[in-house]
Design a protein around this ligand. Structure first.
Ligand SMILES: [Fe+2]
Length: 323
């Protein structure tokens, strides 16, 4: 009898095989998929009837480090898409020295009208955490903050280029010659949200009522829906970051149900939700699996004139034919 045919030998072979598969998977998740930049597209019937389509580029969760040169180049090239509006739903920074890197990435897009809210990873740097914490229910997590980040510098640069900070701000902006009513909250993940500051019906004369939040917490989504918003954009979830093929996200890192961890979904009878899976990870958990880093190009069309196409994801390179 050979050694490998004994029970102990079979156990050793099984452990070795499992370890090898695990090592290959982790290597793929850390070295390949994490840099598999993807453009997700979707069509949403949310505009006032008779309006011309409006194209929004949704960027979230860059988690930028100064050395993320590939990500910076890919994001900068997104300007070729010529969106009407850029929306940034926060978590831009993973390092106190990353503001110039974020501005390198977003530089060409800063000439496009833009809206933003910040997330926890704009205010505080990352800290090493037990990866198992990510799989724990929210209530059992003890919040751990890293060092304070230079979010005021980033905010000042965005404002200098004409982007609007929607942190507890409600206003009407003109985009591509049309008026849209916009509002946002500070990061609900940190319990910084004070929806009461922006509560109330948005401008009924606008072609779109758009809400922003970093973390798609149901209490905030319910409030936007109750006030009559057409669409809310959010990030934070990283799409689950590690997804099981055929099952999807295991967690959302917030109270949102896992089926909405990324992409388009309905929230109530009249509101749409788009959650970006984002473009980064914590530097202490630099892996993504079945959930490539993404930006989203959302084409908004009039209500009732189209069935939204299933959202699609694809590799996108600069000078591609995507327009
Ligand atoms: Fe994030």
């Amino acid at each position: 009898m050979s050694r490998s045919s004994t029970p102990a030998g079979k156990l050793r072979a099984g452990i070795a095989t499992t370890a090898a598969i695990g090592a290959v998977t982790v290597t793929y998740a850390a070295a390949i998929e994490r840099r598999h930049w993807t453009l997700r597209t979707a069509e949403l019937p949310v505009l006032t009837p008779g309006s011309a389509p409006l194209r929004i580029l949704h960027i979230s969760d860059l988690h930028m480090l100064p050395g993320h040169r590939g990500k910076q180049a890919w994001v900068a090239a997104l300007s070729e898409l010529r969106p009407d509006l850029v929306v940034n739903t926060g978590d831009n920074l993973s390092h106190a020295g990353a503001v110039p890197a974020v501005l390198r990435a977003l530089g060409p897009l800063l000439d496009v009208p833009g809206l933003f809210v910040f997330g926890s990873n704009d205010y505080f740097g990352p800290k090493p955490k037990n990866p198992a914490r990510y799989l724990m229910p929210q209530g059992r997590k003890k919040r751990v903050h890293g060092p304070v980040l230079p979010w005021q510098d980033l905010r000042a640069a965005f404002l200098e280029h004409g982007w609007h900070d929607l942190t507890h701000v409600k206003r009407v902006v003109t985009v591509a010659g049309r008026q849209i009513a916009v509002a946002g909250v500070d990061d609900p993940h940190l319990h910084y949200d004070r929806y009461g500051v922006i509560a109330g019906k948005p401008d009924a004369g606008a072609v779109l009522r758009l809400g922003l939040t970093h973390s798609p917490e149901p209490r905030v989504l319910d409030a936007f829906a109750s006030d009559g918003y057409d669409l809310v954009l959010a990030g934070h979830t990283h799409g689950g970051q590690l997804r099981v093929p055929g099952f999807g996200a295991l967690v959302t890192n917030c109270e949102l149900d896992r089926t909405r961890a990324r992409g388009v979904s309905r929230w109530g009878a009249d509101m749409w939700l788009h959650v970006s899976a984002g473009l980064g990870t914590s530097p202490f958990a630099p892996v993504r699996f079945a959930c490539p880093p993404e930006a989203s190009l959302l084409t908004l069309v009039p209500r009732g004139t189209s069935t939204p196409a299933a959202h699609k994801a694809a590799r996108w390179n600069a000078q591609s034919t995507v327009r």
